[in-house]
Design a protein around this ligand. Structure first.
Ligand code: 5GP
Ligand code: SF4
Ligand code: MG
Length: 465
């Protein structure tokens, strides 16, 4: 999901709509905005579909006045797949000291247990979303102000959470102790901005100030500026390495490093680790593009656009059902026949998950007359599901959970298949010494099976580590 908040500018909701538009790659199912205005109080609008199709109409935007607003773009992981509008964030709660709205990116790994406990004690849930637990935990806290209630609530929550929240006067941002999901602070005029990624600061002309640190809570008001709190026990950060590979936009900066540069460097590492003689390096657009540029540069093999992407399609894997996803490949990608014919082609993609996309792409390339097809993948084999906010399928559906590399090559029907090593990936992400196996610098559970937070709900459901 993508989260965004603005405090201290006129009609803050307009800025939030623009910010969410720049974060649309993080969730395309639905979006919502809550604003506060001293005369009209809290207002909210939640809609299915793209930001640009909903939050551009003056009819909607006029209902969201005020200098403070937050928003969310949804990509369902926990909660129901066929989302109901009641599952669309931000969620709102009314407390004795006033209202608060929250938007959450990530996944709460003990949500089932919390929900059971809360329902037994009288909470009335409105949605199927794990994030709603935070509101009910806040309602039960005895603290006298809303940020302190949020601290109480978040100390009971396990898993990955970046949160943007608001009261009548305050904008609040929090990252979990491991900092699995991103969150940055920006400045616009006299106002403040919180955003999942820096690319959404750029769109509204806000200046990047700094990242919210893992385990940090910032409470921002016009009068007092940014106040930093530390609600959680200090731990070593474990940022999601898949944000670097795929999830974030390449024009964002993560941990002081350009995402584009990391991805290009993955291609360089891949070319060193798994060279092959060929005539053409092609990305599977858009996610494989920077790595393909790096691969071509390092190997000296010409780069070409052998696959053309229809720009009017979204990200296929974010479409929630398998049927739509299967159609998606053809609707989205087509082969540039004139370029491919007769050539030995290296295809660079970000990941192999189920293998369905990769298999179709290989067929399309061979149909177009390629002499050989070699796959180079910008992440290690995805052998484990993510329980921290990226929607990987169950373990049984992951190709790499069931097959060796050679079996996968055969299944995909390609001349060669190589994945970047975990160490190579870490080097590309700026860790010159590679992965510190005793204490890894990132979360890489979907590749290594080492989960930095025990996925309690899933273990209860029978998942085996
Ligand atoms: P596959 O070959 O596994 O069907 O698809 C791999 C390609 O689709 C990659 O380019 C990846 O970006 C995207 N993809 C498809 N399904 C998923 C998924 O469930 N999770 C993730 N993270 N990526 C996916
Ligand atoms: Fe990111 Fe993978 Fe960890 Fe999920 S399991 S947070 S996708 S690195
Ligand atoms: Mg892709």
């Amino acid at each position: 999901c993508g989260i965004f908040g603005v405090l201290g500018v006129q009609d803050a909701a307009n800025f939030v709509a623009l910010g969410l538009h720049a974060l649309q790659h993080r969730g395309q199912e639905a979006g919502g905005i809550v604003s506060h205005d001293s005369e009209q109080g809290f207002n909210s609008a939640r809609r299915f579909g793209y930001v640009r199709d909903n939050f551009t109409s003056t009819d909607i935007m006029q209902t969201l006045p005020g200098p403070l607003a937050i928003g969310h773009v949804r990509y369902s992981t926990a909660g129901s797949k066929t989302a109901a509008i009641r599952d669309v964030q931000p969620f709102f709660g009314e407390f004795s000291m006033g209202g608060a709205a929250i938007a959450h990116n990530g996944n709460i790994t003990n949500a089932n247990a919390l929900r059971r406990e809360l329902i037994e004690r009288g909470s009335i849930f409105q949605s199927s979303s794990d994030s709603e637990c935070i509101i009910h935990l806040m309602a039960r806290s005895l603290q006298r102000d809303i940020p302190a209630r949020m601290e109480d609530a978040l100390r009971r929550v396990e898993g990955a959470f970046s949160v943007v929240a608001m009261t009548r006067t305050k904008l609040i941002g929090v990252r979990d102790a491991l900092g699995v999901r991103p969150l940055v602070l920006g400045r616009i005029g006299d106002g403040w901005v919180l955003s999942s990624e820096t690319c959404a600061l750029d769109i509204i002309g806000a200046e990047f100030v700094r990242e919210i640190e893992p385990g940090e809570m910032v409470v921002i008001s016009q009068e007092t500026g940014v106040e930093s709190r530390r609600p959680f026990r200090q731990r070593k950060s474990r940022f999601c390495i898949f944000e670097q590979v795929y999830f974030s936009r390449p024009d964002s900066i993560l941990g002081g490093r350009s995402v584009y540069e990391t991805r290009r460097q993955i291609g360089v590492e891949l070319a060193r680790e798994a060279p092959v003689e060929a005539d053409l390096v092609c990305p599977v657009p858009d996610s494989g593009t920077p790595a393909a540029i790096g691969f071509a540069h390092e190997s000296g093999i010409p780069y070409g656009m052998g696959i053309i992407r229809n720009q009017y399609m979204g990200r296929t894997f974010i479409e929630p059902t398998e049927q739509i996803r299967n159609m998606g490949v053809r609707l989205k990608l087509n082969v540039n026949r004139a370029l491919i014919r007769g050539k030995r082609v290296i295809l660079v993609d970000d990941s192999v998950v189920r293998g369905t996309t990769s298999r179709k792409i290989k067929e399309m390339i061979l149909d177009a007359g390629a002499a050989e097809v070699h796959f180079r993948i910008a992440s290690p084999p995805t052998a484990w599901p993510c329980f921290y906010g990226v929607d990987t399928p169950q373990r049984e559906k992951l190709l790499a959970a069931n097959m060796s590399e050679e079996e996968m090559r055969e299944f995909l029907g390609v001349d060669s298949l190589k994945f970047i090593s975990l160490d190579g990936l870490y080097r590309a992400a700026g860790e010159a010494q590679g992965r510190d196996n005793a204490c890894p610098q990132f979360c890489d559970a979907c590749f290594s099976g080492e989960y930095p937070v025990e996925p309690a709900d899933m273990i209860e459901k029978g998942f085996k580590l």
